[in-house]
Write a protein that binds this ligand. Sequence first.
Ligand SMILES: Nc1ncnc2c1ncn2[C@@H]1O[C@H](COP(=O)(O)OP(=O)(O)OP(=O)(O)O)[C@@H](O)[C@H]1O
Ligand SMILES: O=P(O)(O)OC[C@H]1O[C@](O)(CO)[C@@H](O)[C@@H]1O
Ligand SMILES: [Mg+2]
Length: 574
Amino acid sequence: MDSVIAPLCLFIPLNCNNNKKKSYYCYYNSNHILNISFKNKIRCSVPSSAGIFNLKKFTAVSFRYDHRHRRGSSSCLRRAVMDSSNSASSPDMQKPKIVTGPGGYVLEDVPHLSDYIPDLPTYPNPLQDNPAYSVVKQYFVHVDDTVPQKIVVHKDGPRGVHFRRAGPRQRVYFDSDEVHACIVTCGGLCPGLNTVIREIVCGLYHMYGVKKVLGIDGGYKGFYAKNTVHLDPKVVNDIHKRGGTILGTSRGGHDTSKIVDSIQDRGINQVYIIGGDGTQRGAAVIFEEIRRRGLKVSVAGIPKTIDNDIPVIDKSFGFDTAVEEAQRAINAAHVEADSIENGIGLVKLMGRYSGFIAMYATLASRDVDCCLIPESPFYLEGPGGLFEYIEKRLKENGHMVIVIAEGAGQELLSESIQSMTLKDASGNKLLQDVGLWISQRIKDYFSKQRKMPINLKYIDPTYMIRAIPSNASDNVYCTLLAQSVVHGAMAGYTGFTSGLVNGRQTYIPFYRIIEKRNGVVITDRMWARLLSSTNQPSFLCLKDSTEDTGDEEQSNQLLENGHCGEEGSLISKR
Ligand SMILES: Nc1ncnc2c1ncn2[C@@H]1O[C@H](COP(=O)(O)OP(=O)(O)OP(=O)(O)O)[C@@H](O)[C@H]1O
Ligand SMILES: O=P(O)(O)OC[C@H]1O[C@](O)(CO)[C@@H](O)[C@@H]1O
Ligand SMILES: [Mg+2]
């Protein structure tokens, strides 16, 4: 094994350490020369033959100059990656941590700081002395506790994939005084963002005695282009009562090396990243860069998306609040439609690629006659089409309510409107307004082709359902997520997202969260329930629904989520 011992203390020439705000990195180049650099500009080189290092095949390891150990004219570098066979840049480190056991047991484990930094000191968990927690029997989570992804299993089937159970560990990898945490929020708004921020700050402060917490202003770009704010329990005390995020958010602006430079320069060692699928992708590359540089920095994600499109987890926070708020719009649409002859109430709800909000709002409301989502293609004219169904409903009932997700029918829009390929700053496709488009098509059809007077009221509560504070149950959920993520980072886990799986808090490796997008499975029972509640056409001919569509994603989801045969779980996305 090409084992290399770096000295705990390294003397840096005087001209390199005269500014406390600067960070110095040391890289071994291919000739085994130690390069000391500031912001990637090499300042001086020390040949390994100086006898300090015993280097063999050792590349791309970085050290952070630690100002706290500065003594006179000499400086001390933190002991970092020592073993080239286990170095942060080794391909082995990039592989998922899979642990297998008897009966087809699989643990998809999360990375740990000790995977790439040996000999890290541990400390007793300060919670053991906290009067609030010390009375709780078995408060600490057993190291071997894991949570199954599939809870519906057959007698002879494999035990399947598991995730590490979240919660406080007996020993932690950070001394409380050493922790310098930061929190960032990215992507679109979602009810509960402020609650998660509040509970991370309060969790760090009250459970672990951490006093240094920074808020990054305005999403990823805030790391290098904006100011930071100090956060403590007093600052965040009331923020859960407000919608939005006190930190601000943004799309785009993810520059990995600038972000990690900023983390290093500020001496941050716990990074809490709240955001959706794009944000978690960004978090994964930040984690990889941090690991490549061999830094003792935990990177933890908290999944956020109003669209509920993040896989593996039961649901995302703020989703229930959004569905509840959507009820108000649907109710208004129903009242309007019911009060006039041939009234049609049309409500557009969020859901770029996934129709969960529309589906759950429809199911909850019972006033909706037709729900249109991106996962279920539909057509307007001809037998079995939307227009035919609207006419039938109006004749039967005198009014009707339609809910449409913003991503539904986009293929129809691009046929009639010249296709636009505009994208937002994060690269997400900008959608055309399906609500306005379909309103016009319905009006045109009934006035011009059917000569039938209708009264259509279009309600677009898009931003109203995500700009509000979270409701009571989402507040509790946000608290559990925030505390789980704090326990995980303190325990030295990194490169993970904290999420609810089958009702239990878990740590999920980033690659599982970002590998695919979750959507409504239209061959699933939940969609069948919706169809039977609205009585709308499925817009599928019999051939389509019985034929194997070859959509592996959908069939996998059906099996993976334990949907077959499982009844009664309110939190699963069935
Ligand atoms: N593949 C990626 N690699 C690195 N960063 C990314 C990637 N995708 C997105 N990001 C960054 O993540 C941030 C948020 O992404 P995005 O705007 O897609 O929102 P999101 O997190 O998916 O949330 P939502 O879609 O729920 O609003 C942006 O700053 C974007 O630059
Ligand atoms: O207008 P913005 O802020 O980009 O957000 C709109 C998008 O955000 C989402 O709510 C996802 O966060 C999508 O449903 C929607 O398309
Ligand atoms: Mg997204």
